[in-house]
Design a protein around this ligand. Structure first.
Ligand code: HEM
Length: 398
């Protein structure tokens, strides 16, 4: 990193955090309103805008461009820091100075093939800790908990996806596949446990008033980019598609995949591209259990596979009913200022909240294989066929 980038990194990890925290404590005490009778808050907002612009400006000074990091992961990390600054400007409605950061954001983003803004991966997985502390907007315990349990959930999803990805090369009746399916099951059990911990640890009002507002959509140059979404990683879709619960041929699901590519890190984009051509494991299990006598290993693997599918559905339902509803939908219904702004700011992807809730509910239905007319039953008929094949042939030891 250059000296100018180091200075900016130091500021992002120290003064920036202190200034945002001061503002957030004031917002929280005023129940989400911006107190206009406290000059120190106006000074804090001005300092965020001005100091950030000055430090980013030094990185992009003519003559300094040639020292931008040559490694992709370092440029991605720098984009995350610039994005933190832009996200805070959007949150505190600081207009003007933040445009000084647009050229650097655009330069870094175009060199990486990603959007020129802060995304979830910057916060969770490409966030180098210094002295035990990863980059955050504030020093609020709730922000740390939100990022920590989100990030750990993504690691658990990635562990599950990595295991499932190896199954096609081994076949669904291999004894090695049993090991991989147990690994996938354990990863999803972790996702559920982490979600439960998050739901117990996170304070609803803190999340709604002090954390969520940093994730809003904002402009870089002439373009508006949608906000931070914890779903912007490939593993969740690898699991959906490899299990056979969602299909990249389903126009509804295809639209979700297409939209998220530039919001994911470059290597996730490559992973997602590879996933969409894989044969779903559900198809392989249905085919093999129908064609051959039900061998003990195939039966064990099929039972494990069905358990993995059930857990994936359960984790998705938990996200919907125990995270999105209580932490977003319920407080939004109570927040008069959000109602006035038409709830457009509530969702990261832009559509009104009820539309996003509808999309998330449809994903839950797909992952839990709930029958719905527009999906032609989704995976339910194939899952039922597999269940019937297992029930029709009693286990060898009976
Ligand atoms: C308080 C906690 C959380 C809230 C309020 C929340 C809310 C949301 C919302 C509103 C969306 C839709 C975004 C949009 O289109 O505007 C979303 C998407 C998503 N979130 Fe969360 N989320 C939370 C925690 C988590 C955690 C811990 C994970 C685990 C990795 C997660 C994974 C996802 C995924 C994968 C998506 C994309 C849609 C999908 O594929 O299901 N979220 N979340």
């Amino acid at each position: 990193m250059t000296t100018a980038a180091d200075d900016f990194d130091r500021w992002i990890r120290n003064d920036f955090v202190a200034l945002n925290t001061l503002l957030e404590e004031a917002h929280f005490a005023a129940e989400g309103r911006i107190p206009d009778d406290r000059p120190e808050l106006a000074t804090a907002r001005r300092r965020i805008g001005r100091e950030g612009a000055e430090l980013v400006g030094r990185i992009t000074d003519v003559g300094a461009l040639h020292v931008l990091p040559t490694k992709d992961d370092e440029r991605y990390e720098l984009l995350g820091s610039v994005g933190l600054y832009l996200g805070a400007c959007r949150r505190h409605e600081i207009e003007g100075p933040q445009s000084a950061a647009w050229p650097l954001a655009q330069l870094l983003a175009s060199s990486l093939g990603v959007v020129p803004r802060f995304v979830f991966a910057h916060q969770a997985l490409y966030n180098r800790a210094v002295g035990d502390t990863f980059r955050t907007f504030t020093s609020l315990a709730d922000e740390r908990a939100f990022i920590l349990y989100n990030g750990l959930s993504v690691l658990a999803y990635q562990r599950t996806a990595a295991a499932l990805r190896r199954v096609p090369a081994l076949g669904v009746s291999s004894p090695l596949t049993a090991y991989l399916l147990r690994e996938a099951r354990s990863g999803l059990e972790d996702v559920l446990d982490l979600g439960r911990t998050l739901s117990k640890t996170l304070d609803v009002d803190r999340f709604f008033l002090n954390i969520r507002p940093y994730f809003k959509a904002h402009r870089v140059g002439g373009v508006e980019y949608r906000g931070v979404n914890a779903g912007d990683f490939a593993a969740i879709n690898t699991i959906d598609v490899l299990l056979g619960l969602c299909s990249p041929y389903d126009p509804f699901y295809q639209a979700l995949l297409t939209e998220k590519y530039p919001y994911m890190p470059p290597e996730d984009q490559a992973t997602l591209r590879a996933t969409v051509t894989a044969e779903p494991l559900l198809d392989a299990f249905v085919r093999e259990t129908a064609a051959s006598p039900l061998t003990p290993q195939l039966r064990d693997n099929a039972e494990l596979f069905l358990a993995v599918c059930r857990l994936h559905g359960a984790a998705s339902a938990f996200h919907h009913h125990r995270l999105v509803v209580p932490f977003l939908q319920a407080p939004a219904a109570r927040a008069p200022q959000e109602q006035e702004s038409g709830t457009a700011d509530l969702t990261t992807s832009g559509p009104p909240l009820h539309v996003v809730m509808g999309t998330l509910a449809r994903l839950v239905d797909l992952r839990t294989a709930r029958q719905r007319p527009e999906t032609n039953g989704g995976a339910r008929p194939a899952l039922d066929r597999l269940r019937q094949a297992l029930d029709a042939a009693p286990p060898a030891h009976l």
